[in-house]
Design a binder for this molecule. Structure first.
Ligand SMILES: Nc1nc2c(c(=O)[nH]1)N[C@H]1C(S)=C(S)[C@@H](COP(=O)(O)OP(=O)(O)OC[C@H]3O[C@@H](n4cnc5c(N)ncnc54)[C@H](O)[C@@H]3O)O[C@H]1N2
Ligand code: MOO
Length: 394
């Protein structure tokens, strides 16, 4: 079998997944856009505020008429926030006005109601205000035609607020990569089933689907195959109809029932041994133009394979920022196997980066305690406590 470094295999996977990055944006309702990445710049179609309006409940006046206070002004009417025939202000008079209501042309200041005394048809203004006070000018927040949000922006509530405020109902976002998951193994059953001897619960299906979703993908199907190649072939043929990428688990090593390897090898798949632990046996194929990544079946191997090989391109396709590796000091010394890059499960604590498990790829419970993978280079065999290591956040 071919042997590859992690970088070589990652490069190969990146080439297979490259078409994900050129899919055009999709228009979706604003109400569904939370967490999505904008596919294109959005310019404001309107001015915000849309019209000149009051910042306070009070009286619309012209500042020139209230330079000396107290002063009595006749009240010509009430302007509420809401649709109404426009009115015009006459100098030396006032309109009672509510927050958000249009300020009549000619008025240039709002006197808050707290600074007034209302009497029959008149208002006593007790505090002077200068022109512009408590008036929200049209376009003072954003002008029509100017950039509201740049392509690539990850839409949080505040971004959705402004898109809604300018009246957009739909928005063009990066399409979610469509991921199909197929697990393989005669031993697998669904949680909730009674276990017969030799059976285990299928955890990789839901784990890979969750990993994909957590990184911006849409999971279009989760299927499970026994070790029967005909069944796997059928499930794969169905998966590639709707998916942009298919992830499989299991059936890629050296046993007698390696259904993924047996089915895909004749179709030109590449199976390689990657110099890493976990995640050594890896495969890739292209079926009907759809890339298929074949991860090893051990639960930790499957999840680490996703993190190292699939996550970067799935995130990029969805428009999500890359997960950057950081550095941290080791809490205790460690040893590593020469020639294999290790991705050790660990968590960050006050004392440094603490390993949570040994190297066994079946240690799925310990994986759940981890929040990082410690990336130990292939040529390193020992590290001391306190030494800085590269950690990949999970
Ligand atoms: N002679 C050799 N044996 C093995 C080698 C090797 O190089 N020579 N490599 C080992 C390594 S490393 C790994 S990793 C595994 C990979 O094996 P497969 O990808 O063929 O996976 P399976 O044999 O189907 O399963 C391995 C293990 O994981 C359990 N499993 C599988 N699928 C699931 C699932 N969906 N949910 C939960 N657990 C699952 C399965 O029961 C096995 O225990 O091969 C080693 N062997
Ligand atoms: O892929 Mo295996 O997990 O290297 O033990």
């Amino acid at each position: 079998m071919t042997t590859r470094t992690v970088e070589q295999h990652a490069q190969h996977v990146a080439e297979l997944l490259a078409p994900l990055h050129t899919r055009p944006g999709e228009e979706i309702p604003l109400g569904e856009a939370l967490g999505r990445a904008l596919a294109a710049d959005v310019h404001s179609p309107v001015d915000l505020p849309l019209f000149r309006n009051s910042q306070m409940d009070g009286y619309a006046v012209d500042a020139a008429s209230i330079t000396t206070v107290p002063v009595m002004l006749p009240v010509r009417g009430v302007i509420a926030a809401g649709p109404a025939e426009p009115v015009t202000h006459l100098p030396g008079t006032a309109y009672r006005i509510m927050t958000g209501a249009p300020v009549p042309p000619g008025a240039d200041a709002i006197v808050p109601v707290e600074d007034t005394v209302t009497s029959d048809g008149e208002v006593r203004i007790e505090k002077t205000r200068s022109a512009g006070e408590f008036v929200r000018e049209r376009g003072s927040d954003v002008r029509a035609g100017t950039l509201l949000l740049a392509a690539g922006s990850l839409l949080a509530a505040r971004h959705i607020a402004v898109l809604a405020a300018v009246g957009l109902q739909r928005v063009s976002v990066r399409p979610r990569p469509r991921v199909a998951v197929i697990t393989t193994g005669a031993e697998l059953v669904d949680a909730g089933s009674a276990l017969r001897p030799g059976q285990i619960y299928d955890s990789n299906g839901i784990a890979l689907a969750s990993s994909a979703r957590a990184n911006g993908a849409e999971v279009v199907s989760i299927a499970r195959s026994t070790d029967d190649p005909a069944e796997f072939r059928t499930l794969l043929a169905e998966a590639v109809l709707t998916a942009d990428v298919v992830l499989t688990s299991g059936g890629v090593s050296m046993g007698d029932f390696e259904v993924v390897k047996e089915t895909l090898s004749p179709l030109g798949a590449q199976f390689a041994h990657v110099a890493m632990q976990p995640g050594g046996p890896q495969g890739t194929a292209v079926v009907n133009g759809v890339p298929v990544l074949n991860f090893p079946g051990n639960p930790v191997s499957t999840l680490v394979s996703f993190e190292i090989f699939a996550r970067p391109d799935i995130r990029r396709a969805a428009g999500l920022p890359p997960t950057e590796a950081v550095e941290g000091p080791l809490a205790a010394p460690l040893t590593s196997v020469r020639g294999k890059r290790q991705f050790l499960r660990a968590r960050r604590t006050d004392t440094g980066v603490e390993l949570v498990a040994g190297p066994g790829s079946h240690l799925v419970a310990a994986m759940a305690w981890a929040d990082v993978l410690v990336d130990v280079p292939a040529d390193v065999t020992a590290l001391d406590a306190g030494q800085l290591v590269k950690v990949i956040p999970l």
